[in-house]
Ligand binder design. Structure first.
Ligand code: SIN
Length: 483
């Protein structure tokens, strides 16, 4: 890794404006998933250090919420500028800890920064309301206030943007935050804290704690001081956090697993659909909650789609993400690799055929070949479980009614996609898909301006856009009498 601003690479936690170790000096080693080399270490903190971070955040709250929205906005805007002026260094850090291709890392830094930019603007638009009171001498006034200390638990697949997507709206409305980044990718988070400090975010307002996920997660969820927990990760862990948060009736946002259908109707532009499938399925080597997990192709265009998709997938260059021309990096770890292998093996055993890939990559380590499996049956595990890897399973369908049923046959409801040129069908299918997000004739829908989130077991709440502010605000009603 070659970074110009070496101050960005921190191996300590950031609590109450100071760079600190864990109480007992225990550490977690972090590796590069492409080379399996150790690239650094971070403190292995637990409940005690988490309590300190929560206290620090709480102490800073009055001062932070007491600032004018405009003053918070100026600081956030400065943070955005600093992130963008350090984009290349931040991207390098991300690629060595996460493995994604350097171009994707550059894109993620800009994506992450765009939440800071958006919420720097939105902080000035936290409007209230006045409601006519049935009694003539009274007025009903509604104001919105910051909820208080926010805990954010973020994943390894988007080490920077999932932090800004949670923290920027929280900070914008006046909430302090305690962030627990994934242990696989802490350096991107710590680098953001360096720039937050430089931007003028006061001490205690933004804290980053690394370490034992169970202990830290438990403390963040049971602490009565923390008034809101925002989590991105698996549905399994989300359910545990939800039950832990029940003890203090905390407000929660959960951005959990997905099992996105990607439907190509017979009237679609097949070339566009192939491009969309490439973008949706293979971004971050298929390690996104929104990636296409089940590709339903109409029988009339199935062969054409399969042929064109196979040509495109066989051209994907796999390798170390630091090489400029690489478009698919490694999986994050051996556990993820095993799951991918198991899903492909099971699909083949239940009748599917490998069109391309289907095996470990020659590079070894955590690398798996970009894969298409055709004629997948409903017996295969991949039909029901999220794979989180570079595997595209293809299913053939005949009718709109049949494919909607298949697409909705899952407890998940995050992202969905379909391709069609028929305006009537576009409305019908968009409304019938039981998902929080629908991409029509596109495989890429993420941006700061959208309300990102899912229904069913994919989560609660929305992130991004003006809707993303609501999750960090409490509504207060004031009845004014004697007017
Ligand atoms: C995710 O996979 O968790 C987020 C993906 C995105 O923001 O596009």
């Amino acid at each position: 890794m070659e970074i110009k601003n070496t101050d960005l690479f921190k191996e300590q936690c950031y609590i109450n404006g100071e760079w600190v170790n864990s109480n007992n000096n225990e550490i977690i080693k972090v590796n590069n998933p492409a080379t399996l080399e150790i690239i650094g270490k971070v403190p292995k903190c637990g409940a005690e250090e988490t309590k300190v971070a929560i206290e620090a955040a709480n102490t800073s709250w009055n001062n932070w919420k007491g600032k004018s929205a405009k003053d918070r906005s100026i600081i956030l805007r400065k943070w955005f500028d600093l992130i963008m002026s350090n984009q290349e260094d931040l991207a390098q850090i991300m690629t060595i800890e996460q493995g994604k291709p350097i171009n994707e890392s550059r894109g993620e830094i800009a994506y992450g920064a765009s939440f800071v930019e958006l919420y720097a603007e939105e902080s000035k638009r936290v409007y209230g309301d006045i409601i006519p009171d049935p009694l003539l001498d009274r007025r009903i006034v509604v104001i919105k206030q910051p909820i208080g200390v926010v805990a954010a638990i973020t994943p390894w697949n988007f080490p920077s943007s999932m932090i800004t997507r949670k923290c920027a709206p929280a900070l914008a409305v006046g909430c302090p935050v305690v962030i627990k980044p994934a242990s696989q990718t802490p350096f991107s988070a710590l680098a953001l804290a360096v720039l937050a400090e430089e931007a003028g975010i006061p001490k205690g307002v933004l804290n980053i704690i690394t370490g034992n996920a169970n202990e830290i997660g438990q403390e963040l969820s049971v602490s009565p001081i923390v008034r809101k927990l925002s989590f991105t990760g698996s549905t399994k862990i989300g359910k545990i956090l939800l039950s832990q948060c029940a003890s203090t009736v905390k407000k929660v946002s959960m951005e959990l697993g997905g099992h996105a259908p990607f439907i190509v109707f017979e009237d679609a532009n097949v070339d566009d659909a192939v491009l969309g499938a490439m973008q949706s399925k293979f971004r971050n080597s298929g390690q996104t909650c929104v990636c296409a997990n089940r590709l339903f192709i109409h029988e009339k265009i199935y062969d054409e789609f399969l042929k064109k998709f196979t040509v495109a997938v066989s051209k994907i260059k796999v390798g170390n993400g630091l090489e400029e021309d690489v478009v698919s990096g490694p999986l994050i770890d051996a556990y993820s690799l095993e799951k991918v292998k198991e899903h492909v093996k099971d699909a083949v055993n239940t009748g599917a055929k490998i069109a391309v890939g289907g095996d470990m990559h020659e590079l070894g380590g955590n690398f798996y070949k970009p894969t298409i499996i055709s004629n997948v049956t409903t017996k295969a595990k991949i039909t029901y479980e999220e794979t989180f890897g570079p595997v595209a399973p293809l299913y053939k369908f005949k009718t709109e009614e049949e494919v909607i049923k298949m697409a909705n046959n899952t407890p998940y409801g995050l992202a969905s996609y379909f391709y069609s040129r028929d305006i009537g069908r576009i409305w019908r299918v968009s409304e019938a898909l039981e998902y929080g997000m629908v991409g029509v004739n596109t495989g890429l829908t993420s941006k700061a301006e959208i309300p990102f989130g899912g229904i069913k077991e994919s989560g609660l709440g929305r992130e991004g856009s003006r809707y993303g502010l609501d999750d960090f605000l409490e509504i207060k009603y004031i009845n004014m009498a004697g007017i």
